[in-house]
Ligand binder design. Structure first.
Ligand code: ADP
Length: 439
């Protein structure tokens, strides 16, 4: 056998294409054999390359996995929330990010090795609620609770803790991943806001009573004067010799009526001053505007102001604190009267308008034909202590804005195209779907 044929036969052997020597077949022609060897070699090379590609892909996946693990670690360890993972089958926390130590003041390890049960740090008052939510969580995988914890140094912190289920292919929850955030600052701010609102409610009541005092005094004077007049008439009749007591009945009844009327006014004043927390109820803005106007009639008349009411009817009820909104309307009307008194221009016209604004708010506008305000001053209008009046305080507009915003609305001003200013405020409709209309 020539050397070439020998080599070919070896290759054919290795490549598994060598003829079976036991079979009595005619030997393959060398060209054909060579071709088969080449095909097989090409196949082997291709298989080898595929294998290499697979290995490279696996290495890539491993790198990617390590990268993503590293990214996850970086993320979990640098966010301000505590990231945790709970193993449902293991019945314990599997991972807790290091921020836990900062917020809770306990080492992470104590949670993982269960030398500390996480519930132990929860404030005793919140424990029953949090425990119940925890057991619900084990079923649904969902958890969303705000609770207080007590740190080892005795400090109390507020935590917002929420968990999300991780399911396997059959939909079974096998892990719960969660984020716990320190919301103490937000809670303190909310508390402060609530306290301020209570203060604002108290002050508003007092302010409204003070603002209305002159009108109320004037109102009380009327029944008192009537009582005096009727009583004098009765005395006059009694001084006559022959008096039929029935002649006194009408006058005495009037005395009773006027006494009751005076009592009603005093009761209203007492209600105003009495300390109530701010209460948001369904109120009719149209009725509220009528009530304020009633108390301001005297001022309007003295300033020679004509009143135009453009009140939408029917108008949905709004959700607000009645006393506080009365105070806002009173401030806006008084400012309008003052702005119109500061100019000789006629007519002096005050328009009060209510309209439904979109689907969820009612818009109230107080429009005057007063002296208006320059562009620069209009920007500063709502700043505390901004005033252009010699005896002004510059507080009523900023207080009004706080009141309206605390009720979920907005208050702003626009210059009228001709003269004067318009103040607008919105308040949320009491019930968007329900037919809650003012009577
Ligand atoms: P005060 O009335 O004590 O000055 P406000 O906060 O009610 O405080 O008003 C601040 C300033 O805004 C007023 O001094 C006045 O210059 C301006 N202003 C308020 N309402 C009107 C108005 N309707 N027209 C023109 N200017 C107004």
């Amino acid at each position: 056998m020539s050397r070439f044929r020998f080599v070919l036969a070896r290759i054919a052997d290795i490549a598994g294409v060598a003829p079976n020597r036991d079979e009595a077949r005619p030997p393959l022609a060398s060209d054909e054999l060579e071709e088969r060897v080449q095909t097989r070699t090409a196949e082997l090379i291709a298989a080898n390359q595929a294998l290499e590609a697979q290995i490279a892909a696996r290495v890539q996946v491993e790198y990617a996995l390590r990268d993503s693990e590293e990214r996850f670690r970086q993320l979990a360890e640098h966010i301000r929330e505590v990231f945790w993972v709970y193993g449902v089958a293991e019945e314990r926390l599997l991972y807790v990010s290091p921020t836990y130590e900062e917020i809770w003041g306990h080492p992470v390890q104590s949670l993982l090795d269960r030398s500390l049960e996480w519930m132990e740090a929860v404030h005793p008052d919140d424990r029953p609620r949090v425990r119940a939510a925890h057991f619900e969580k084990l079923e649904s995988g969902a958890f969303d609770q705000e609770y207080r914890i007590i740190r080892p140094d005795g400090a109390v912190r507020w935590i917002w803790d929420r968990g999300f289920p991780i399911r396997d292919l059959s939909g079974h929850v096998y892990r719960i991943a969660g984020l716990a955030e320190d919301i103490t600052a937000r809670k303190l701010a909310e508390d402060q806001l609530r306290r301020q609102q209570v203060e604002l409610a108290k002050t508003s009541r007092l302010s409204l009573a003070v603002e209305m005092a002159s009108t109320l005094a004037h109102e009380i004077n009327q029944p008192l004067a009537a009582i005096v007049a009727y009583a004098q008439a009765c005395l006059g009749l009694l001084h006559k010799d022959q008096i039929d007591p029935r002649a006194l009945t009408g006058a005495l009844e009037e005395i009773v009526n006027q006494g009751l009327r005076a009592g009603g006014i005093i009761r209203h004043l007492r209600d105003l001053v009495r300390r109530h927390p701010a209460v948001q109820t369904a109120i009719s803005l149209n009725a509220l505007i009528h009530a304020v106007i009633h108390y301001m009639q005297l001022e309007l008349r003295q300033a020679g102001v004509a009143l135009r009411l453009e009140l939408a009817d029917p108008l949905p009820m709004v959700l607000a604190d009645d006393i506080q909104v009365q105070l806002v309307v009173l401030y806006l009307v008084r400012n309008a009267i003052e702005a119109m008194s500061e100019t000789d221009e006629e007519p002096r016209e005050l328009t009060l308008r209510t309209t439904v604004d979109g689907s969820s708010t009612v818009l109230t506008t107080v429009r005057d034909t007063g002296r208006g305000l320059g562009e620069e001053a209009t920007v500063r209008l709502f700043q505390p202590f901004f005033t252009t009046k010699p005896d002004g305080m510059g507080m009523s507009l900023s207080v009004s804005r706080s009141i309206i915003e605390s009720q979920g609305g907005r208050l702003w001003a626009t210059a009228n195209p001709d003269r004067g200013l318009s103040f607008h405020f919105t308040l949320p409709i009491h019930s968007v779907q329900g037919a809650s209309f003012a009577p």
